[in-house]
Design a protein around this ligand. Structure first.
Ligand SMILES: Cc1cc2nc3c(=O)[nH]c(=O)nc-3n(C[C@H](O)[C@H](O)[C@H](O)COP(=O)(O)O)c2cc1C
Length: 156
């Protein structure tokens, strides 16, 4: 299975795990970056209102892939605006597999995962799995069994 890992990460936690996953499942990794960084309250405000912001060019076409793992931090319980924009730019997704992965500061915040799942489901993609890690566990590189179980779903 050829998988694209698409990752937005503001302070590096999500990217650190996405890079480990890339090696583990032998996937390609594309970095989602916003054109400019907003001041913290604006970032939060836009996430809460499910806004989009312009992103730099990255891989959005799944034509040459069997699946997608979308990786995101949780902002205000939701997905960052750059992820919302990335989702809207995805093409050739129908029938492909997907997984979602989030990092967060706390244990609540499932809405971000639900947002990504619902959107990708609505585009005709097939859900394979989801994973959430706490930022402090990422700092300590404590990915646990959940990382191996999640990765396994994307290995033939
Ligand atoms: C604007 C903003 C909003 C956040 N909101 C939440 C939140 O609602 N719930 C939570 O658990 N963590 C929240 N966090 C913490 C991040 O989700 C967490 O630190 C994450 O691992 C950061 O990932 P990154 O280093 O890849 O950017 C927020 C962080 C930022 C910058």
């Amino acid at each position: 299975m050829k998988t694209l890992i698409a990752c937005y990460s503001y302070s590096g936690h999500t990217l650190k795990v996405a890079e480990a996953l890339k090696i583990k499942i032998n996937a390609d990794l594309t970095n989602i970056k916003s054109e400019k960084d907003d001041w913290y309250p604006f970032r939060l405000w836009k996430a809460l209102r499910e806004k989009k912001v312009p992103i730099k060019p990255c891989q959005t076409d799944l034509m040459n892939y069997d699946g997608l793992v979308l990786c995101s931090p949780v902002w205000g319980g939701k997905t960052p605006p750059a992820i919302n924009k990335y989702l809207s730019e995805l093409t050739n997704v129908k029938g492909k597999h997907f997984g979602v992965f989030v990092t967060s500061g706390g244990k609540r915040s499932q809405k971000a995962t639900i947002q990504m799942r619902e959107y990708l489901d609505s585009q005709g993609m097939q859900f394979l799995g989801q994973m959430r890690l706490l930022a402090k566990d990422v700092d300590d590189e404590k990915y646990g069994e959940i990382f191996d179980l999640f990765a396994k779903k994307f290995i033939d």
